[in-house]
Design a binder for this molecule. Structure first.
Ligand code: ZN
Length: 254
């Protein structure tokens, strides 16, 4: 009964925004468009479910498609010729894959791969380029997102060079948790090591440090954040710096 009365006092939630097939749109760029631009764009989008480790593009690929991420996590990896890779960006429902197209470029410089199951809205490169001419707010939002990704990549590069693995792990977990709106991130230590550009044994030690402090619980294939406030204190400052900059830019955005 108590629950029922609490529910009845709540402000009713906004009705979900759907595409023509009834799929919920969570992507923040699409949700932030004026309705005229969204109504123009949404019928051109194809909803797709991606399994874990679905590659959207490899370095050197001609970009045939662009994607609005709708749920899950997509990693942007820098890949070396020998096959090693390190994460230089992380995209969730706030973002978009295919940034070079916005500037009139055609080739991908990185690998984009789903880290966990994800959903996206796909559109062809030609459709995107044509839509940018019709939708000034979309173009502006994608330019702004490109700037956010540049800032993120710069911060992550500095973080990977200067900060300890346990701090980087805290940073990664906080970034991931924000994007999927969950305190539980389904990922193995093997993959975490790849993301952080370090050895698996280093991730095991770092994860042990955070577990011992009561900040996370790491079981096979799943990392759960137990104490988010303390985890933010354990982060190297990079997560806070990125959040601050993004909030600041959003407050300035036209
Ligand atoms: Zn850092």
């Amino acid at each position: 009964m108590a629950n029922k009365s609490r529910r009845s006092e709540r402000v009713p939630p906004k009705p979900p925004i759907l595409d023509g097939d009834g799929n919920h749109i969570h992507n923040e760029i699409l949700l932030g468009l004026p309705s005229t631009e969204r109504e123009f764009l949404v019928p051109k989008l194809e909803f797709m479910r991606l399994k874990t480790h679905h590659v959207l593009h490899e370095p050197g690929d001609t970009l045939k498609s662009a994607y609005f991420c709708n749920s899950g996590l997509v990693s942007i990896l820098s890949v070396f010729p020998g096959g090693k890779s390190v994460e230089v960006g992380l995209v969730g429902k706030e973002g978009f894959i295919g940034i070079p197209l916005v500037a009139g470029f055609r080739t991908a410089p990185t690998r984009a791969i789903s880290q966990i199951e994800a959903t996206v809205f796909r559109l062809s490169s030609e459709t995107l380029v044509a839509a940018l001419r019709q939708c000034p707010t979309l173009e502006r939002r994608l330019q702004q997102f490109a700037q956010i990704m540049t800032m993120q990549t710069t911060q992550i590069a500095a973080c990977n060079r200067h900060h300890e693995v346990d701090e980087r792990l805290a940073r990664w977990l906080l970034m991931s948790s924000d994007r999927i709106e969950s305190n539980s991130v389904p990922l193995t230590q093997e993959l975490l090591a790849q993301m952080l550009g370090t050895r698996r044994s280093s991730v095991t030690v770092a994860s042990g440090v955070l577990q011992k402090a009561g900040l996370i619980a790491h079981t096979r294939g799943d990392v759960r954040i137990i104490d988010r406030r303390k985890l933010e204190q354990a982060d190297c400052e990079c997560y806070g710096a990125m959040r601050w900059q993004i909030d600041k830019w959003h407050s300035e955005a036209e």
